[in-house]
Design a protein around this ligand. Sequence first.
Ligand SMILES: [Zn+2]
Ligand SMILES: [Zn+2]
Length: 522
Amino acid sequence: MHGLSLMKDEIELAACLSPDVRNDILMTLIENNSTDCQWSSIDIPEWLSAAPAKNYFDSFALDSLKNVMKSGPPTRILEDGVSNLGTCKAEKDFFAIDDDSNVSSNCSELDGSSVGSKPFSSDEEVKDKFEEYNNELPTLCLICRRPCETLCPQCEAAYICLQTYECYTNGWSHQCLCRTWKQYALRRDSLSSFSFEGWHQNLVSRPFQKSEKPYAEFLRNIGVYRKGWWSTETKGWAGGLGGSARSVDISLRRSYKEGFVLDESLYPKPDYVEEEKSNSSFSVDRDDRGLIELDSWEDYYRLRSIPLTSPVALLLTFPLTIYYSIQRFGEVPLTVANILNRKLRIHVVGIEKELNFLDLFAEIGYLLPRHLPVELCLICREDMVPPKCTNLCEGDMLDIQLTENLTLKVFTGRYNESLDPNFDIGSGPPDMIIGCNAGLFAYKSWASVIDYLGCNSGVVGVFSDYNEHSGTNCASLGGRVARNSLVVNPFRQPRAMPVQCMNLPQMSNCFLYVYNMQEVDV
Ligand SMILES: [Zn+2]
Ligand SMILES: [Zn+2]
């Protein structure tokens, strides 16, 4: 790849494709732009050209389909050199995609030394410029990746160039999916329906799906923008060096008051759910294992005496998704841990922004029965560790007793590499593995998790995904039963998420699917 000249906008487009590298590249581009650097002098590392292969949303699916149908990629993509979209290594099995462990080391190549400017300077001006740019990223054509505002007229779920009609007619790969996507898009209304009062209707509207700007504006209006646990809600997350990750410091402990930054009437009391509510209008239903059955945000808000005018569901989607996974899919693991008289061991894998709100996971402890001990191990890939946390980056980073019944540990590394291939990180292998917004197709590092679940049918794996397209694809990796397990998560984030080349209903933790689903024999 050395010596290859690419134009600035071509690099920018390529950089839009990979969640691993997107923000890092854009940041570097902006800095270079301000110092009049010659674009043509940049050596493009191979990992950047292979970046599209890491974005399963389309390139992997397209390449897989291409293999099945024994047909070549759209020629336009090959001609214009925007990316290697059609010829990337995803032609092979995606697990064979060249080593995304190179991403971290190669990032340092691009973060300054090779282009002669300082990376990610703390200069506020540059940050603001970046943020402005990030907010304004255009929607892109699903086929050619050029800026494009027109939707496929059939499904209205994909951005496709219609002016030239070339992408529409050559894009057989979207035509294969078009009818299915149309079905997915029809579920927008039901996915966007919540019983909150007065704030969520805007957040699920189309402008929120097109850009991050209105969400930043919303957070500003409620006085929480870039504050407390809200600071990772905007500016993206693209690995340890990118976006909002740079401000994350896991040694910083926050109370509910400091984290939520809202009036105290708007967030839950940091305490256990009372067995008997004095206000008898709401009775607490517990199942045989003592778990409170929660099936909607409305249930949860009532249980925790939060008014429906409160926006805290936006943050609580993470702990509540984990709680719901235990409640709905954890019956066997809970029973086993109980019989063996030990803690329920849960590994939460592929964590990113969760590092910013570790203390928020106390909510899981407050909801679970007080007598039920749980160990929650958060596993973060080395290259996703925020820079302020790297001094803690030796294996076992943190061990906190969040509540009486909930221990939280943070580890860095990957199973099979720096971590035990048997997934034992000190207290024994997990009973459950949970991945929030996992995107199993997106990162090679998921391969060891999928293999492990394949070999250990006693371990339940629960994953959430942003939209139904990726949810279905990723669930299918686990076979027919896993594919059929796909359900809507009642604790999805009540906000439409921006996504550049799709107009599918898309929310954080929107869908759930299960590997190794288990039921207790009656
Ligand atoms: Zn196009
Ligand atoms: Zn379509």
